[in-house]
Design a protein around this ligand. Structure first.
Ligand SMILES: [Fe+2]
Ligand SMILES: [Fe+2]
Length: 314
């Protein structure tokens, strides 16, 4: 039998599962919970204490798991009884799985569908729950994997900024998805070159910049191979490092759509916070000074207002 790992946070407590859950213990897979049963909160917190982050499911039940996620997405996000922490955990777990899957297998239709579902979950979390952005932004992702954390944060911030710009829900979903996928090109670089992601741009040599500048094109080229990926997603990924001053890359574009500009701005802000550990307040100051002319002033001002209103910058 073959098994696939799934994140514990994607299994909702008190919801019957449509597949059996296994854990990996002493070199073997042991059945943990039967199909039709549900996890209780006590059991879940015990697992968290033991630092168990994954369950396993049998490969042949993968489709059941995908259907379960679709179902849970609707129920979890619609249910006023589900508290914010559970909603955030679910959104974070789904989005982390999506980014990991796309890094491993960026042309897979299944990874893409997982990402679409995760993006919708994240969009609903941020746009329907006041305070969720602040709570999500402060904790999203695994500390050991800054790239994933960055993608989740960019996605959440972009949804927030799209909302205040009165962008439709459908386009917010697109932006949320592009946020999750935008740096997929980093994992397309050679392993030795991937460390450039955590190097300050100003510190890069001219040769390193040439290499690093390839990542938006590598990302859009690889997702393009999947026929399910729409042109607006491909363009958003390609343009996420472009600035309206023409100082971005890879194509030095000076005309961006509002969605592309939002994604680029959120990317630029979050890279400072998540990767270079600049405080939220200082990152905002840096954006206001260093990115002047790179984005519309009105958009920067809206971003600033949003970060303050949401309590991210105090
Ligand atoms: Fe990037
Ligand atoms: Fe990025």
């Amino acid at each position: 039998m073959e098994y696939t790992p799934i994140r514990i946070s994607t299994v909702m407590p008190k919801t019957a599962i449509t597949f059996a859950l296994y854990i990996y213990f002493k070199d073997q897979f042991i059945k943990y919970l039967d199909m039709g049963k549900s996890l209780d909160e006590e059991l879940l917190s015990k697992l968290k204490k033991q630092k168990i982050a994954r369950f396993y499911i049998r490969d042949i039940e993968e489709l059941n798991y995908q259907k379960y996620l679709d179902d849970v997405l609707g129920k979890t996000m619609d249910d006023p009884q589900v508290n914010m922490v559970d909603k955030i955990n679910f959104a974070e777990g789904s989005a982390t799985t999506a980014v990991e899957d796309m890094q491993k297998d960026p042309t897979s239709k299944q990874s893409y569908n997982t990402s679409k579902r995760a993006a919708k979950t994240l969009r609903r979390l941020i746009s329907e729950n006041p305070d969720s952005l602040k709570n999500f932004y402060g904790r999203a992702g695994n500390e050991n994997d800054m790239l994933i954390k960055h993608c989740l944060n960019v996605s959440a911030l972009a949804v927030g900024l799209a909302k205040v710009n009165a962008i439709s829900e459908e386009d917010q979903d697109t932006l949320a998805l592009a946020g999750l996928l935008h740096d997929v090109g980093i994992s397309q670089l050679k392993e030795s070159e991937q460390a450039l992601f955590t190097k300050e741009y100003k510190q890069m040599s001219a040769e390193e910049k040439v290499i690093y500048h390839q990542h938006p094109t590598l990302g859009s080229d690889v997702i393009k191979k999947n026929e399910l990926v729409t042109p607006d997603i491909i363009e958003l990924v390609l343009c996420h490092e472009e600035k309206i001053s023409g100082n971005g890359y890879p194509n030095k574009k000076s005309k961006l759509t509002l969605a592309q500009e939002i994604l680029s701005l959120c990317n630029s802000y979050d890279k400072r916070v998540t990767i270079f550990k600049v405080s939220a307040k200082d990152a905002l100051k840096a954006v206001q000074m260093d990115e002047l002319g790179n984005y519309n002033l009105e958009l920067i001002n809206k971003f600033k207002k949003q970060l303050k209103e949401d309590g991210i910058v105090v």
